[in-house]
Design a protein. Structure first.
Length: 107
């Protein structure tokens, strides 16, 4: 886990440096270029910076197998919680079937 923390720290520093470079580039673009071109440079820069921020932890998500295991555990817990209700329903169904058999057998 220590390696992950260090790489996240490096990523944060890199993002900070990228933000400073973007700010300086935007400032210089507005000073030396047409405002429309400078706005384009600023928008592209902030878009790329936003993508970098969103992508910084892209590879730390859980795997498909881990998510499916969690779902299976939740389904098993829910199934176990409903065991009593299923047993009651089964008993009521069997009583109903016995009444139906008695009713059809008696006619």
């Amino acid at each position: 886990m220590t390696g992950v923390g260090k790489s996240r720290g490096r990523r944060s520093v890199a993002l900070g440096v990228a933000a400073l470079v973007w700010a300086a580039g935007t400032f210089l673009a507005f000073r030396s270029l047409d405002p429309i071109l400078a706005a384009f440079v600023a928008i592209v820069g902030v878009t790329l910076l936003g993508i970098a921020v969103v992508a910084r932890d892209w590879d730390t998500h859980s795997t498909y197998e881990q998510r499916e295991d969690a779902r299976a555990r939740k389904r098993a817990e829910k199934w176990e919680r409903g065991a009593d209700a299923r047993a009651r329903d089964r008993a009521r169904w069997e009583e109903h079937q016995a009444r139906q058999a008695k009713k059809t057998g008696g006619n």
